[in-house]
Design a protein around this ligand. Structure first.
Ligand SMILES: Cc1cc2nc3c(=O)[nH]c(=O)nc-3n(C[C@H](O)[C@H](O)[C@H](O)COP(=O)(O)OP(=O)(O)OC[C@H]3O[C@@H](n4cnc5c(N)ncnc54)[C@H](O)[C@@H]3O)c2cc1C
Length: 174
């Protein structure tokens, strides 16, 4: 969810990153948890007097890929996220300037990821660490990096996978 808002929507002393978990017994995802980044005045992400709020949540891909009511589902998620964000931010209608939502279909189209799975493989005990895809392959000269490989998701994990490969290659691996 990408929101352009009036600065008045942002509480005073708002931290730049927040993580919300609404129902502690509910899933960690599906709008029940939201990871939120907020622009700071003067950081270049929004004009003076305005701000950006970016919120993301994990979702089950199979519900989106074949959804018969995709536009309605997207709107439902958008409305629910705004309602939840509105518990912390002042999202009255005249504070909201721009609303855009990205779904797995969006990421599939614009990043070429299979079914829009940005973030790599879901991390579970049987796919984590030594049980995940290694960076080295049985094919000489072919290495794997990215968030589906060890150590996993996120820009830090992806950078580490690349660093691991570079170290092995420069140490004489093939
Ligand atoms: C909304 C959202 C928020 C996120 N927030 C965070 C965060 O706060 N912190 C964090 O650490 N991570 C975050 N992530 C996860 C992070 O973005 C990914 O884990 C990371 O970008 C994966 O890097 P990658 O290089 O493996 O793949 P990608 O970044 O997907 O790069 C793959 C590239 O390959 C290109 N490509 C695809 N197919 C082809 C082809 N056939 N030919 C040529 N090029 C091709 C794509 O266009 C793309 O540029 C977030 C992801 C999303 C979607």
């Amino acid at each position: 969810m990408y929101l352009g808002v009036e600065q008045a929507a942002i509480p005073a002393d708002c931290p730049p990153h927040l993580q919300f978990l609404y129902d502690y017994d509910g899933p960690i995802g599906e709008n029940n948890s939201l990871f939120v980044s907020v622009s700071r005045p003067g950081d270049g992400r929004a004009p003076q007097g305005r701000a950006t709020i970016v919120a993301s949540s994990f979702v089950d891909l199979k519900d989106w890929g074949e959804s018969a009511d995709y536009p309605a589902r997207k709107q439902r998620y958008t409305d629910a996220a705004i309602a939840r964000l509105g518990q912390f931010f002042d999202l009255r209608p005249d504070h909201i300037i721009h609303v855009e939502a990205g779904t797995p279909r969006t990421f599939e189209r614009f990043t070429g990821r299979d079914r829009g799975a940005v973030g790599g493989l879901g991390m579970r005990v049987n796919s984590f660490g030594p049980f995940g895809f290694a960076n080295r392959t049985p094919i000489p000269g072919l290495w794997l990096v990215g968030d589906c490989t060890h150590p996993g998701e996120g820009t830090a994990g992806v950078s580490y996978s690349a660093l691991t490969v570079v170290r092995q290659m420069t140490a004489g691996g093939d």
